[in-house]
Write a protein that binds this ligand. Structure first.
Ligand code: SF4
Length: 919
């Protein structure tokens, strides 16, 4: 459903474009019969169902359609080139786009090798003839789909409904009774999940397969760069694909020479061959797209108000309806500075103005985020290759400058040419920074943009190194990102606030240049191909320039900050649990890598890492430009404080007050909780008491903690964190038990941690020591397990629930107390229901004493008691107890062992340590 949601957004964008076409002038609007739902024929982008001439000379490919989703103007330009009325753009070979193409081909080759290694019959489509048209080629090879001598077709050309494409792979499978299925498979570099364009390409291949074989495939697949195969149901996306085809049909009916889509900057521009064409068009029109910090929504409102150029915005004195006053004055000031910069000698530093602190709690307060300079300060920058391999990127250079005792600044660098080195140097870098902070408690690690800090956090987690040390540095405020400082302290006559633009304020002269960040990637790729040392030297020189320029920007900010403004505290208060966690982890890690204790040390930080992975992107999102945030539904931006609203409880006494904010129109997907960053402290959290999007009002419950913090948000982000509180506590209790034999530890948890094999009461284990799925055999050993566990695994529909329900009855009959747990109530209810059925079928319901804690009250007939309190569920009257993993981690179920049991466990532990020593 996630993909369906993404596609819905994509199709909404496509619909918006179609609306634009409708307005494009008389004679060029879409055929009324093509309105979705009005025409019963399946729309084809090449064959108008209303008899309009088809544009047979235009060619569509799935990748063109993907680009069209991002950018309405792309197809127009592409067709204008094909029609000879627009010069072909340079294809950017040797660029980042070419690099991606090459990496994509390598990934495809790896997938091909995987199919071959699996012993599948892989057959490549016959090659296209020298002068053969694509359609003729597809027609010639099409019948091969019906052959039976293949399992995988590679690079298979297909033409259907005016769209042509080459499917990476087609999978053929016998579906029984002589039926055969053919399913499309694409290889893409995306690592986490399919993107809308990828799914639509597959939808096209699925439809083409249906046309060729008479059967619409049920499934389609994507081999992601991570190596995972993502399988999607064709039916989930077919409706979107059909709707998209309607939009394409309308687009193709337009005359090439009169197509009127206006290029708008989008994510595709970075890879687009027409980037130069659009740039020239925007510049010649003095477009607003180059006003720094101006959003697409701003552009539309300003355009509608007749303020369509940078010059017009710079001259604008009247208030534009729909743009808040403060925002307009910020945008006008920006445009004026850029106009001033255009008029002066390019070699001069750009004009700037310092932003005065005002009502806005963020804009104008950049200088307040600066700590006092310290001799121990460090300036840091990384270089990385996002597509080092299809399944992972690589940070290949960590560079920094620091001041030596003689006052000079030295440049240190660490090269990582493979994963192990990346982990090694990550650990060494963090150790270096931590050690420096010990010697210089007031030192900070300056970087430009959040990448260095957030990448370092990801790296320590990936490699399992230096996590505690880095957390201590981050939480005590050692890292200082200068980009938000700049953005909220100064306005500059530049089109961007990137480092290269901002360093021009300082007069810093770069000694070297590798073009840009992507240039470093290309240079590194060159070194990977032919080992060219000059490529590494060029990257290092570029990296050194970046860190020295970062220092120049920091010094410039220090020179220009108001002299009477207090410095940000050098050291911020860390979270409370850090030292304790640190000590437990250290003690467990002292057992050495590869031991169960070391593993438990890693597990202790699991929820903390989850929390950080959850929190970090939300805090970063809150730091964006207001104009971008207004288009982001998971945050509510540009909040203006109205004031405190007092409240009385039912008894007439004052209860926690509300804090009321107003906000401008924006999309909003907030629910019941929000979080927001606090400049010099940990983030703050608040419950939503009232959110009226139409009225632009938000009431937050103003807790005592928030009252003490005394900070008010300008941006809040949706908070959906469900606290795992009892789980970290349960892990900590297990750690305490492992570290201190006097504390009781649950033997099953220990067995799981140690990876012990199942043990049974003498003579009661599976026959011959072999597990089978025979129910009688399973019931034979179920109640004889001796302090260990057995994992039963199987795909859906193989009878796990059926067997588990009967095993539970066997355990209850043996006088055991049984727990059912899962992450979701749905999964718990599923098994509980199966247990109830077993007892009902045997007419033994009166013997079942079951309770379920929390969740929906599915059982109202009394077969299962439903309680809301942990203590009630823990009552000894219940023999079968069900609840989520949070409930089962609660202290009511903490393990307490009898003296007799303790003696047995010690003996078992002694046996085990002897046997593991001899293994
Ligand atoms: S450069 Fe951007 S706006 Fe222009 S055609 Fe390409 S994607 Fe569209």
């Amino acid at each position: 459903m996630r993909d369906a949601k993404v596609l819905a957004a994509a199709c909404a964008a496509a619909s918006a474009y179609n609306a634009l076409l409708t307005d494009s002038g008389p004679g060029h609007g879409p055929c009324a019969n093509l309105t979705p739902g009005a025409c019963t024929a399946r729309p084809s982008p090449r064959t108008s169902t209303c008899g309009a001439p088809s544009m047979a000379e235009r060619h569509l490919t799935p990748s063109k359609i993907t680009a069209w989703l991002d950018c309405a103007a792309y197809l127009d330009l592409k067709h204008q080139v094909e029609a000879g009325i627009q010069a072909a753009p340079s294809l950017g070979q040797g660029s980042f786009a070419q690099l991606l193409t090459d990496k994509g081909l390598l990934h495809e080759a790896a997938v091909l090798a995987t199919y071959r290694a699996r012993g599948l019959r892989v057959v490549e489509a016959p090659a296209r003839g020298d002068r053969e048209s694509f359609s003729t080629w597809a027609k010639r090879v099409g019948p091969l789909l019906h052959a039976t001598d293949w399992d995988v077709r590679y690079q298979f050309p297909m033409v259907h409904n005016g769209i042509r494409g080459v499917a990476d792979f087609l999978l053929r499978q016998e579906a029984g009774h002589g039926a055969v299925t053919v399913e499309p498979v694409d290889a893409k570099l995306a690592r986490k999940e399919a993107k809308p364009g990828h799914v639509l390409q597959l939808s096209f291949y699925a439809e083409a397969i249906a046309a060729a074989t008479g059967t619409l495939p049920e499934r389609m697949h994507l081999w992601l760069g991570s190596g995972d195969l993502e399988t999607l149901l064709v039916a989930d996306f077919d409706a979107y694909w059909q709707r998209l085809c309607s939009g394409l049909a309308r687009t193709l009916e337009l005359e090439v020479s009169t197509s009127a889509a206006v290029p708008e900057p989008c994510a595709h521009c970075a890879f687009c061959d027409f980037a130069g064409v659009c740039d020239a068009r925007w510049r010649s029109g003095d477009s607003l797209v180059y006003v720094a910090g101006l959003s697409c929504a701003d552009r539309m409102v300003l355009h509608d108000a007749g303020v369509a150029t940078l010059d017009a915005l710079a001259s604008c004195t009247a208030q534009v309806p729909g743009v808040p006053e403060q925002r307009q004055s910020r945008l006008v000031a920006q445009a004026r500075l850029q106009r001033q910069a255009r008029a002066q000698d390019e070699a001069l530093p750009p004009p700037f103005s310092l932003v005065q602190a005002g009502e806005d709690p963020v804009f104008g307060h950049g200088f307040a985020q600066l700590p006092e300079p310290d001799p121990g300060d460090v300036f840091l920058d990384f270089e990385g290759h996002p597509f080092w391999r299809a399944d992972r990127g690589l940070f290949f250079l960590f560079g920094l400058i620091q001041q030596c005792a003689d006052g000079t600044w030295e440049y240190l660098r660490w090269w990582a040419h493979h994963e192990a080195e990346e982990g090694e140097w990550t650990a060494e870098l963090v150790e270096h920074l931590a050690e420096r902070r010990q010697r210089h408690p007031g030192m900070h690690v300056y970087h430009y943009n959040h990448t260095e800090r957030s990448s370092l956090e990801a790296l320590v987690e990936d490699h399992g190194v230096a996590q505690v040390a880095l957390t201590a540095l981050v939480e005590t405020g050692a890292f200082v990102d200068l980009l938000p400082v700049v953005r909220n302290a100064v306005q500059i006559g530049a089109e961007s606030y990137g480092l290269k633009a901002v360093e021009r304020l300082t007069g810093y002269e770069r000694g070297h240049d590798v073009d840009a960040g992507a240039g470093a990637v290309l240079e590194y790729e060159r070194w990977m191909c032919d080992g060219a040392q000059d490529a590494l030297d060029a990257i290092a020189a570029y990296n050194e320039d970046d860190v020295r320029a970062t220092r120049a920007v920091r010094d410039w900010l220090v020179q220009h900050r108001p002299a009477d403004l207090p410095w940000r505290p050098a050291v911020l208060d860390p979270a409370d649990d850090l030292p304790e966690l640190d000590a437990r982890v250290e003690a467990l890690h002292a057992y050495g890598s590869g031991t169960p204790e070391h593993l438990l040390g890693d597990l202790l930080g699991y929820w903390r890492r989850e929390w950080k992975a959850y929190l970090a992107p939300r805090l970063v999102a809150c730091e964006g430009d207001t104009e971008d945030l207004l288009a982001e539904p998971t945050v509510l931006a540009d909040l203006k404080l109205v004031g405190q609203v007092e409240r009385l409880g039912k008894n007439g006494k004052p209860i926690r007050p509300l804090m009321r904010f107003r906000f401008p129109p924006q999309e909003c997907a907030l629910e019941d909780k929000v979080l927001f960053p606090v400049v010099d402290g940990p983030p703050a959290f608040a419950d939503i008491a009232r959110l009226d999007v139409a009225a632009g009002e938000l009431d937050l419950v103003w807790s005592t903690g928030l009252q003490k913090q005394g900070v008010f948000p300008a941006v809040v982000a949706h908070d959906s964190w469900f606290t795992p509180r009892p789980k970290p506590a349960a892990l900590s209790a297990l750690a305490d038990a492992v570290l201190n034999p006097a504390v009781a530890a649950n033997p099953v948890a220990l067995a799981l941690l140690r990876g012990e094999l199942p043990r049974f009461l003498p003579g009661r284990g599976p026959a011959g020591g072999i597990f089978t799925d025979d129910l009688d055999a399973m019931l034979g050993w179920t109640a004889a397990l001796d302090g260990t566990c057995v994992a039963v695994q199987g795909p859906p529909g193989t009878g796990k629930t059926y067997r588990a329900a009967r095993q539970i009855r066997a355990l209850l009959q043996a006088g055991k107390r049984v727990g059912i747990t899962a992450f979701s109530h749905h999964a718990i209810d599923n098994l509980l229901e199966a247990v109830v059925e077993v007892y009902r079928d045997l007419d033994e319901l009166e013997d079942l004493h079951a309770v379920k804690k929390g969740g929906p009250a599915t059982w109202t007939s009394g077969e299962v008691a439903h309680v809301s309190a942990n203590r009630a569920a823990a009552a000894p009257t219940f023999a079968l107890v069900a609840g989520t993993t949070s409930f089962c981690s609660a202290t009511h179920y903490s393990y307490r062992r009898s003296p007799k049991r303790r003696t047995q466990e010690r003996a078992a532990a002694a046996r085990l340590s002897t046997s593991s020593a001899t293994r």
